[in-house]
Design a protein around this ligand. Structure first.
Ligand code: NCD
Length: 304
């Protein structure tokens, strides 16, 4: 039985297969409409979510399956003190696969060790968010045609942004990928990730000004300042509007540069950018459903 805790749990070849399956699902949805008949997914969300939870649920429904779960710790037995290990043992009796989001780093991993069904990490604290990364990779590969030889700017809260950590690790495995890490000093990428980049000999640069990076990018990955991970409100308020991508800044970028964002957006992308053909963050949401469908089929080892 396989779980998905980090994007690196999939080899490059397995990832390629998964993205190909997602492409096939996109183009032939009818073929997949019943592959999960009689199957259920449990969405165990101890932290707020719109896209990720609904995306898993839509994915399972598109495959003919059913969904059950909870969307906040307060509405689950966690409020009574139940451990994630006990919760997943229980969910193993009700469902065939589970997606878990938790504010504590490593909680889905602990759950997976007690589970009788595959567990997907749907975001654990400031650590990892592998299915957002699968979404990002499918978006990039579909719209750019490749995952190698790309200059990627990641901008915003690179310290607490789990989507950033997962995406850097996943893209690090492709040739000719270069990272421009754009953040205020206080929100730099954690050292353990920079060490991995150095160990692999991957080119990266850390900059503070977005304007400086824009002309060189193939992709700009914008992120929200992760309010819920700050220790005090003052620091958050000081950081929250550090970057605002607007029309004027988009003029500094090349005609082919795509703008991605895992969403939710707060202020970091002005709504005036939404109609720019280079802004693909809403398309990204759609790719998220296809790739989660592909992931469910893969982890359940279903014949397609
Ligand atoms: C991200 C997350 O939860 O980490 N959201 C998402 O799943 N699309 C990004 C964020 O909350 O900023």
């Amino acid at each position: 039985m396989r779980h998905l805790m980090s994007p690196l749990d999939l080899s490059v070849e397995e990832l390629e297969k998964l993205l190909n399956l997602a492409n096939d699902i996109e183009h032939n949805p009818d073929k997949y409409a019943h592959v999960c008949d009689g199957k259920r997914i449990a969405t165990l969300f101890y932290e707020p979510s719109t896209r990720t939870r609904l995306s898993f649920e839509a994915a399972m429904m598109n495959l003919g399956g059913k969904v059950l779960g909870f969307s906040s710790a307060a509405s689950s037995s966690a409020a009574k003190g139940e451990s994630v290990a006990d919760t997943i043992r229980m969910a193993s009796c009700y469902a065939d696969i589970a997606a878990m989001r938790h504010p504590k780093e490593g909680a889905p991993l602990v759950a997976s060790m007690a589970s009788r069904i595959p567990v997907i990490n749907a975001g654990d604290g400031g650590h990892q968010h592998p299915t957002q990364t699968l979404t990002d990779l499918l978006t990039i590969r579909s719209l750019k045609g490749r995952l190698d030889h790309l200059v990627i700017g990641l901008c915003g809260d690179l310290k607490f942004g789990r989507t950033v950590h997962s995406l850097i690790e996943a893209l690090s495995r492709y040739e000719g990928v270069e990272f421009i890490l754009i953040s205020p000093e206080e929100l730099r990428v954690p050292d353990y990730i920079l060490e991995e980049l150095r160990a692999k000999g991957i080119k990266y640069k850390e900059v503070v000004r977005l304007e400086e990076a824009l002309p060189d990018l193939d992709l700009l990955y914008m992120t929200r300042v992760q309010k819920e991970r700050f220790f005090n409100e003052e620091d958050y308020v000081r950081m929250k509007d550090f970057y605002i991508l607007d029309k004027a800044k988009m003029e500094l970028a090349g005609p082919e540069m795509l703008v991605l964002h895992p969403l939710p957006r707060v202020n970091e992308i002005s709504v005036e950018v939404d109609n720019d053909p280079r802004a693909v963050y809403f398309q990204q949401v759609q790719y998220g459903v296809y790739v989660r469908m592909a992931l469910i089929v893969t982890l359940l080892e279903l014949e397609v």
